[in-house]
Write a protein that binds this ligand. Sequence first.
Ligand code: ADP
Ligand code: MG
Ligand code: MG
Length: 869
Amino acid sequence: KKYVYDFHEGTSDMGLLLGGKGANLAEMTRIGLPVPGGFTVTTEACNQYYKEGARLWKELRKEVLEHLVTLEEKMDKKLGAVNNPLLVSVRSGSPISMPGMMDTILNLGLNDESVKGLANVTANPRFAYDSYRRFIQMFGDVVLEIPKYKFDHILENKKVEKNIEEDTKLTAEDLQEIIEKYKAVIKKEKNADFPQDVKEQLFMAIEAVFRSWNNTRAKVYRKLNDIPDTLGTAVNIQSMVFGNMGETSGTGVAFTRDPSTGENRLFGEFLMNAQGEDVVAGIRTPRPIDELKDSMPKAYERFNEVANLLESHYQDMQDIEFTIENEELYILQTRKGKRTALAAVNIAVDMFKDGTLSKEEAILRIDPLQVEQLLHPTFDEKALQKAVVITKGLPASSGAASGKIYFNPEDVVHANSRGEKAILVRIETSPEDIEGMVAAQGILTARGGMTSHAAVVARGMGKCCIAGAGEIKIDEVAKLFKVDENTYKEGEYISLDGNQGIVYEGEIATEESQLTDNFLELMTWADAIRRLKVRTNADTPRDTKQAIEFGAEGIGLCRTEHMFFEESRIFVMRRMILARSQEERRSALEELLPMQREDFVEIFKAMGDRPVTVRLLDPPLHEFLPHEEEDIRQLAEKMQISYNQLQGVVNDLKEMNPMLGHRGCRLAVTYPEIYEMQVRAIIEAAAIVKEKEDFDVIPEIMIPLVGELKEFQYNKDIVLKTAKAVLEEKGVQLQYLIGTMIEIPRAAITADEIATEAEFFSFGTNDLTQMTYGYSRDDAGRFIKEYKEKNILEKDPFQRIDRKGVGKLMEIAVKLGRETRSDIKLGICGEHGGDPDSVEFCHILGLDYVSCSPYRVPVARLAAAQAAI
Ligand code: ADP
Ligand code: MG
Ligand code: MG
């Protein structure tokens, strides 16, 4: 089996085997771009490495050495040679890009002898020793796993001693001293010398990259992004080029378009006389790519050409890493550029307009979940004008966020779990901070550029971020930061405007976002392509209006119970529940009737002639009652009964398994008058709207938690009788449908029977998943996390439909339902209705619509279009 590929042997579609970086290095080599030579050890070798008990087996070492010889011949240099030594980088690269998660080692092949050779051939001892000290430092950190600060200290001390700020000011002699101290650190920590055998260096480095696949931050990143652990990483061994050779050399990264807005122009940063990580590490502040035009016009021109070529070759915005060695340009990496949702939409539409992409291709370019970012509020303009500006940084990732200041990721996580909104304020972020970044509303850093870790990761997460706000002076020990004379302490509110890069004092009110023309245009393309209709889950007139703005074509689920939780209503609801006779219950229901009717009138009006599915009361009654002693006392007083009496009723209503207890249509079997009131409210409201407006409302009345035909019949009977009575009283004609949720497995497998009576099905996939797996919705979070960690579950089935099991039941219900009633209306109203993968599944099943929360409506519209392409 072949485990090593020369860059000449690969293409861009071999990403699974060569990793993204390796495949693209091969592709760029193939199309003749200036890529330093090298070879790739495959991801299969990584997996085999673990199978071999985490060691490099003999045949692999041999294969690597064979490719090394080829590379040496090509470069006419030899690894470790005293004259003109070959230096290589050892770079990780997995099939799916995981920026900064794994490790890279530069300048490998230097030892006490070859460093002299390098100094000689380049006639540049400073450069040679700078390269060597970097190599020892990286090797010590990545391969030998010695804490980085032990090396950083030595470098910092030297700079202080010499009273200089920049590394570039250190002389060859300074660097030699530093190297000796570095070696001493290694000796002390590892009780062994820094390895002088260059092949040994190479193998140790390859192993370290394989190991880095399983470091904590890589694992966390994979879990967050649903990247399978089984992919493995490839290792690229590449001949070094040097950006640290002096003032005609440099290194940088650039996007072919602006990753925040999508604007079509080169966007990036570079540093002169620098190597690799310097740009992203935020140690020196890099310069905007445009300035390269002045410092090195030829190299800039060439880079511009290559950037255009790469974008049109890949037909997508590229993120490119380059190095200039003595004015000569080399390309070290290209990949699809991460971008904000705003940029993604603008780029896709622009690329359609310039003929690069078809409408379908443009739609497929957008991650539907990312679209939600565009819908979220921005700061209220008026509030913003009054707000006090603290400072300005780089607008690294768009959005608006307010929260309390915290200075380390753990504190953010804790604040978040207390329900606080937090802003992570940090000198710069590193991959270990990832969990804190996830939990934060926004991120503010004092150092680093648009391509710093904080910026890249925040954009990927769609999180607001301001980077490189250099005026803020952070004191992590005292937990505060200062800007000039002003001090901001932990726990105080600040606000970030990620679009402008402005940091404000306090919490700022937000307003609805403005949907851009490009976005609206893209959505009309999606609407023309999709077959599935998209409805919303909404219970209030406010949500309803919002959802319509986002393109909802109806309500798939109106949960009537939410209407009872309001201050003024809950008391009447409680009186209803605590009634000791039907009489008492009816009188409380009569009071609830006008309230519900009013809600329905508003919702029907807002929805116009769009369909509205109203679900009758579903939760167990005890959910409406107080449980704390103090609250029970208060309620008892208000109801003029004794505490003990009320406590008794509350206890009576307690169930061992309330979610499997007295709820849904089971309630109406015991207390038919509850559904009678609700049906009356629905029909009366529809009649009122019909009279006032010039459209017909066709309410769809949905009976929850049905598992047995007779159960449905019993409830349907209540609905029919009540509706008939109301219509006769009012003397109006009105159409309405009666259907059911399919959320109990028994209902799914007897769907043919149920369809004899039900006019529509709506899959309640939350409960259906709960009952199919037997996982409690309310308690499963904890162990599902562990199931995912242990690879028992790939994904939380409450987030993405389990196609195999739950999906199978849906498939059966669809088939049986249609057999009985060919025109039965089919939809889904569980949380899954807003999950792109589940939307695709619903498309495949041939449902009529999906229904989801208002902010997910555009997500579902896009996902439905993608499913249809
Ligand atoms: P990451 O995946 O974290 O971006 P890379 O493997 O791309 O890591 O390496 C980081 C940086 O190191 C590159 O952007 C580049 O500047 C530098 N680098 C890597 N290989 C070489 C090389 N052969 N010559 C010069 N610089 C290199
Ligand atoms: Mg890189
Ligand atoms: Mg349910």
